[in-house]
Design a protein. Structure first.
Length: 203
């Protein structure tokens, strides 16, 4: 919704803020006018960051986490971690929730979503091929499926565990403890720690 009271560039700014999760028209207007009041230089500095994002950010070629283009992410390149265990998450933001539990020191794999046929999200839309390649080639002993407890998350977990049935790898999922439909990114660290330590085998 545009508002003809404002110059076009302000309407564009409001529209940009409205695209953030949970931001409605009123908040977007407040944010736009807050930006207008910024000190000299700060708007240009933000513009520079935004214009460089595309070139400076890319998926980690190994796990799909956010990284510099063509470079291993901070977890994949950390040799102090146990790279024989992979924790599979739906989105990049969920990694920091699992890290906050302090319990997991293995590697990650970011699917980039979950199977959701009604939203047109199928097997080919997920970062699955590299996961299978890692399990085949990297001496992986356990894959922990830290997916949502909602129908799509569980269907995705079942699909992946079926794919790995004959691959000589232990497949587990988080213990129940996350409310149905909850996004693991918003669960507290104690809940995640309990779900991790009580994980259930899918073999
Ligand atoms: Zn990585």
């Amino acid at each position: 919704m545009t508002n003809s009271k404002y110059p076009e560039i302000i309407n564009d700014l409001i529209a940009a803020f409205k695209s953030f999760p949970g931001v409605g028209q009123r908040s977007a207007v407040r944010m736009a006018f807050a930006v207008l009041k910024w000190q000299a230089g700060k708007q240009k500095a933000l513009g520079k960051i935004l214009s460089e994002l595309d070139d400076k950010i890319g998926p980690c070629p190994k796990c799909g986490n956010i990284s510099s283009p063509e470079q291993l992410c901070n977890y994949c390149s950390d040799m102090s971690r146990n790279h024989n265990v992979i924790c599979v998450v739906e989105e990049v933001t969920q990694i920091s929730s699992i890290e906050a539990s302090g319990l997991f020191k293995g590697g990650y794999h970011v699917l980039g979503g979950k199977l959701a046929p009604l939203e047109g999200k199928g097997v080919d839309d997920l970062n699955l091929a590299t996961l299978l390649k890692r399990v085949k080639e990297d001496d992986i002993i356990e894959v922990i499926l830290a997916l949502g407890q909602d129908v799509e998350g569980q269907a995705t977990a079942i699909y992946i565990s079926d794919l790995m049935k004959n691959m000589n790898v232990k497949v587990t999922r988080l213990a129940r403890g996350l409310p149905a439909g909850s996004d693991i990114a918003y669960a507290d660290s104690a809940t995640i720690a309990a779900a991790l330590s009580g994980r259930i085998s899918l073999d």
